[in-house]
Each structure stands twice: as C-alpha cells, then as structure tokens.
Design a binder for this molecule. Structure first.
Ligand code: NDP
Length: 237
C-alpha cells in the first residue's frame, strides 16, 4: 500500500484529494494549519490521521515531518496542496501580505519536500505533486504575490523533476482553474460571477475533478510523466 502525505488535506481541494486517494487504497496522511475542531471531526469520520503545522515555518514543518515518518514509516508520495491568497493591488500591498503568500505557497516547498526526498531516492520510488494555479500562467489582477509564488512552483517542479528522473521519482504540478472551495467563496460575489463568465465551461471546477487528476499523476499509469503541469480549468487557459 502506498503512503501519501497531503498538505492542506482537511478541506477544499485537499480534502477531495485525501478522500479520492483513500478510496483508491492509499494510506493517506493529512496535514492542516489551524482548523483543529473541523479536522478532529473530518479525521474521525474518514479514518485519516492529521498533523497540524504551519508549512511556512521551516523548523515546525521539519519537526512534524520527522514525527510523521517515525509514526507511519516511509512516505511514497507527496501532494503539496496547502495554499493561501492575500489579494490586493500591488501598489497597495504590504510587505507582510507579500511575504505571507510567498512563504506559504512557495518557500514551503523546501521544508515539505526535503525531509521526504532522500528516502524516495534511496527506495528508488517517489511521486511528488504540487498544486499551482491557472493564475500562475495567466496572471490575475490583485494577485501579484499569489501568481509569483504559484509560477515559482512550476519552475521548481521542472528542475526537481530533472534531478530525480533517474531515481523513478516523478515531479509534477497541477494547475486548477477556479474551484468551488472556501478560497473561492471568500471572493466578492459579483467578481466571481464575472470570472465564471470568462470560463468556457461556464462553471467552477468541483474539487473532485481536481482530485482525479492528482490520482492519475500518482498512479503507475503516469510513471513516464514528469516535470509537467497539468491544467484543469474548463478551457480557461
Ligand atoms: P482552501 O482555502 O479551501 O484550503 C486551504 C488549505 O490549506 C486548508 O487545508 C488550510 O488549513 C491549508 N493551509 C493554509 N495555510 C496553511 C499553512 N500556513 N500551513 C499549513 N496548511 C495551510 O483552499 P483550496 O482548497 O481552494 O485550495 C487548495 C490549493 O489549490 C491551494 O494551494 C490553492 O492555491 C490552489 N488553488 C485553488 C483554486 C481554487 O479556485 N480554489 C484554484 C487554483 C489553485 P486550515 O484549514 O487549517 O486553515
């Protein structure tokens, strides 16, 4: 049974990924940040262990990942899905909002990947999937911080893929379009309605539709796919 760690696995796209992989027979471990009560219920209902830590905090993440490895054993697959938005025009953006998004969405790749990669290289198997966004490739007003971070992920994925391809480790990104989760419900309704108008499919993605693509990239059917970004956006880009 393959073991997978899904960051931000307690709600939205991450929760759909956890449930999809669990159904496929993976040994699923989830992480979250601060939603303790919701996680306790979700974890119990679906029999998925969860660990709380801030992916933006290198020492906290390193410590928790070592604890996960000690408690569960080797991790075969990583889905780094945790992410945030702190939208606003760049000319009005504070350094704090800029850094928060860069640290959570991009710099976190170092601390969530590093403790797991060495074991994958030794075992000659690994699957790494990073969740970027349509806006990483398209750009979006009010999201210079988010788009910079998510575009950075794509470069990270391409390079890490090259470094590890000879170790039977694949490294890919998925780039969802607008998806029906808390992140999108936080948007102004009229802005969201205008965005949906621009989506050729004329609707948001369902989190399950994103999860299925992750499952594919983790599967043996995708063993020759590495360094790529899979776009799932209803024709938006
Ligand atoms: P949600 O806002 O619904 O959930 C975010 C998840 O990330 C939660 O599990 C949250 O944990 C976790 N998280 C946030 N900050 C941290 C942190 N500092 N440390 C650890 N965990 C953290 O997001 P979505 O499901 O909508 O998005 C999931 C991913 O998909 C993100 O990377 C997002 O950028 C990307 N994406 C989303 C799109 C969308 O339209 N929804 C479109 C394109 C990409 P907690 O519950 O504890 O706060």
């Amino acid at each position: 049974m393959r073991r997978v760690l899904v960051t931000g696995g307690n709600r939205g796209i991450g929760a759909a990924i956890c449930l999809c992989l669990k159904k496929l027979g993976y040994d699923v471990i989830g992480s979250y940040h601060a939603n303790h009560e919701q996680v306790a219920a979700f974890s119990k209902e679906h029999d998925i262990p969860f660990y709380g830590f801030d992916v933006a905090n290198p020492s906290e993440t390193e410590k928790k990942l070592q604890e996960i490895l000690k408690n569960h054993g080797a991790i075969d697959c990583l889905v780094h899905n945790a992410g945030i938005t702190r939208d606003g025009f760049f000319h009005k953006m504070t350094l704090e909002r800029w850094q928060e998004v860069l640290h959570t969405n991009l710099f976190s790749c170092f601390q969530v990947t590093h403790p797991l990669l060495q074991g994958m290289r030794e075992r000659n198997f690994g699957r790494l999937v990073y969740v970027t966004s349509v806006n990483a490739v398209k750009g979006q007003i009010g999201q210079t911080n988010y788009c910079a971070a998510k575009a950075g992920l794509i470069g990270f994925v391409k390079s890490l893929a090259l470094e590890n391809a000879n170790k039977n480790i694949t490294v890919n990104a998925i780039a969802p379009g607008y998806t029906g989760t808390d992140m999108v419900s936080a948007m102004d309704e009229s802005v969201l309605a205008k965005i949906i108008e621009t989506i050729p499919a004329k609707r948001l993605a369902k989190p399950e539709e994103i999860a299925d693509s992750v499952a594919f990239l983790l599967s043996d059917k995708a063993s020759y796919i590495t360094g790529t970004t899979l776009h799932i956006n209803g024709g938006m880009y």
